[in-house]
Write a protein that binds this ligand. Structure first.
Ligand code: PMP
Length: 387
């Protein structure tokens, strides 16, 4: 199988795997226990904290390790609601991941305000500025990059606008690290990420909590993570996550232009192979690995099945909503009709995806399309013959 669903999850990077296995064998002691073996793991964990903070560009004590972005997003909204005045709202974008949409509406019932997005799903910072003046929300939450379309939000400008008004800014950055330089996220107050999106293990992630906040209790129980997230830390998984991030930071971004060119070449070929197909948000700044395609005919799950038979794994959009049968809320917010949204296929490459694989995928789209077309002309012929 050629894997083109890296926004859903990535395979484990070899460097992360090696670190994980060694740590699981040699550093399995509970970091909170009193003897030297535990103190060693405690120190190693703190080294991981220091290393990830320096990659992101924040203070070491601001990093909280946890199970990933869903947990972090839930914890952030619960905390923000606890600080908010009873009638205060929260401002989010309508293209957020369900873990933000659901957590926001659970913690701020009937008090979620949505920022406007344009037809490509991009938030306008000036409209956020106006909404901040009008509603004085408790916080703003807009993601770094969209998991379905790859569109990059103006999160740096949003962080500045929020800072000017003294409103906390949360950024769900699950799709950013590993693909783009993590240090660009440093202006976000709250920041959430998941290791399995950048070559680390599943079920481990991080949250940045601003240093001045000392009453954040993401999960209650023991005193781990400075009381901000109770539960025995999974040091081997944390170590693997930090190794994956450091490796991608060290090797990943020199060839960004080539990566974008590779994607552009794929898009051009795809449009030749499947006439009438369209690329969503084609003219906007997008992650180099993501292409969201509106196909001219046939529902996306049928394309996914056919492409799977051709040896390519792609998806209908977010893995979190696969199977719920509803057209994507992201595409709805972009003004796409449900019928159109059901014809969207998402392709998301990995860091090692080669030209031949991109070309192979474009060709596979063409093969699937032509076979359907042949069937159509066959049945049209049968109709004519039988008249
Ligand atoms: N936010 C975004 C933008 C995502 O793409 C995802 C994963 N699909 C999540 C949050 C949730 O991540 P996890 O499932 O690792 O908790």
């Amino acid at each position: 199988m050629v894997y083109f669903d890296n926004n859903a999850t990535t395979p484990l990077d070899p460097v992360a795997r090696a670190v994980w296995i060694t740590a699981a064998d040699e550093a399995w002691a509970n970091p909170s226990s009193p003897y030297r073996a535990s103190a060693r793991v405690r120190n190693l964990l703190e080294e991981c904290r220091e290393r990830s903070a320096s990659l992101i560009g924040c203070a070491t004590e601001e990093i909280v390790f946890n199970s990933g972005a869903t947990e972090a997003n839930n914890a952030v909204f619960a905390y923000l609601a606890g600080c908010a005045r009873p009638s205060q709202s929260v401002l989010i974008s309508p293209v957020e991941h369900p873990s933000v949409l659901e957590a926001a509406s659970h913690s701020f019932p009937d008090r979620v305000i949505f920022a406007e997005v344009d037809s490509e799903g991009v938030v306008d910072p000036e409209s956020v500025r106006a909404l901040l003046r009008k509603h004085s929300p408790a916080a703003v939450s807009v993601m770094a990059a969209n998991n379905e379309t790859g569109v990059i939000q103006p999160f740096e400008s949003l962080a500045t606008i929020c800072r000017e008004r003294g409103v906390p800014y949360h950024c769900d950055a699950a799709q950013w690290p590993g693909k783009m330089p993590a240090s660009r996220l440093s202006a976000c107050d709250f920041l959430t990420g998941s290791a399995h999106k950048f070559g680390g293990p599943k079920g481990v992630g991080f949250l940045r909590v601003p240093a001045e906040i000392n009453d954040f209790r993401g999960q209650l129980g023991g005193e781990q993570e400075g009381r901000r997230r109770a539960g025995t830390e999974n040091y081997p998984a944390v170590a693997a996550m930090v190794a994956a991030l450091a490796d991608r930071e060290a090797n990943g971004f020199d060839d960004m232009e080539e990566r974008v060119a590779r994607r552009a070449h794929f898009e051009a070929r795809l449009l030749e192979e499947v006439p009438g197909a369209r690329i969503l948000a084609a003219g906007r700044e997008r992650l180099w690995n993501t292409v969201s395609i509106v196909l001219p005919r046939h529902e996306n799950h049928r394309w996914v099945m056919k492409l799977d038979r051709e040896g390519f794994a792609v998806s209908t959009g977010s893995a979190c909503s696969t199977g719920d049968g509803n057209p994507s809320h992201v595409l709805a917010a972009m003004g796409r009709s449900p019928a159109e949204a059901r014809r969207v296929v998402r392709v998301s490459a990995g860091r090692d995806t080669r030209d031949a694989e991109w070309n192979g995928l474009a060709k596979a789209f063409g093969n699937v399309w032509r076979r359907w077309d042949e069937k159509r002309s066959d049945s049209a012929l049968t109709e004519v013959v039988s008249i």
